[in-house]
Unconditional design. Structure first.
Length: 159
C-alpha cells in the first residue's frame, strides 16, 4: 500500500472539521462553565431555550462564513482569526436578541439577555472556541499535514 503524498488539507475539509469542532467546544464549554459556576448561560429568567439556540446557530453560520473566506485563499494568515472571533461574538449576541424577540420577549429584555451574556464568563468561552477553531482551520490549510490515520494504517517502513 502506498502512502499518499502529504499536502495541505483542502479548504472544504478544514472548514468542516473546524465548524464541527467549534460547535462541540461551544456546547461543552457552555455546559461545563454552567455546571461549575452554577449560573445559566442566558441569565434573564423566563426566556426559554430559543435565544441560546438561535445564538449558537447564528454564531456557527458566522463562523463557517468567515472561516471559509479565510481558508479559501492560497496562503491564509492567522490574523483572520481576529475577524472570525469577532464575527462569531457579534452573531451570537444578535442571535440571542433575535431569538428572544421572536419568542415574544420585549426588546429591552432581549437586549438585557444579550448584554448579560456579553459581560459574562460564557463570552470568554465563546471567544475561545471561535479563536481555537478558526486557528485550527487555518493551520490545516497552511501546513502539510496528512489525514489522521489509525495505527494499522501507517506504513512503518516510511518512518
Amino acid at each position: 500500500m502506498s502512502t499518499p503524498a502529504k499536502g495541505p488539507v483542502p479548504p472544504p475539509v478544514a472548514l468542516a472539521f473546524a465548524t464541527v469542532g467549534f460547535v462541540a467546544l461551544v456546547i461543552a464549554g457552555f455546559g461545563l462553565t454552567s455546571l461549575l459556576a452554577e449560573v445559566e448561560v442566558i441569565a434573564v429568567p423566563g426566556l426559554g431555550p430559543v435565544p441560546g439556540a438561535s445564538g449558537v446557530v447564528l454564531a456557527t453560520a458566522a463562523f463557517a462564513l468567515v472561516t471559509w473566506l479565510a481558508v479559501r485563499i492560497a496562503r491564509p494568515t492567522y490574523g483572520a482569526t481576529v475577524a472570525i472571533t469577532a464575527s462569531v461574538f457579534v452573531a451570537y449576541l444578535a442571535g440571542v436578541w433575535l431569538g428572544a424577540v421572536l419568542t415574544g420577549t420585549d426588546a429591552a429584555r432581549a437586549a438585557s439577555a444579550a448584554g448579560s451574556f456579553a459581560t459574562s464568563g460564557f463570552a470568554l468561552v465563546l471567544l475561545g472556541a471561535a479563536f481555537v477553531s478558526g486557528w485550527a482551520a487555518i493551520a490545516l490549510v497552511r501546513t502539510r499535514a496528512g489525514r489522521p490515520r489509525w495505527p494499522w494504517e501507517r506504513d512503518d517502513d516510511q518512518d
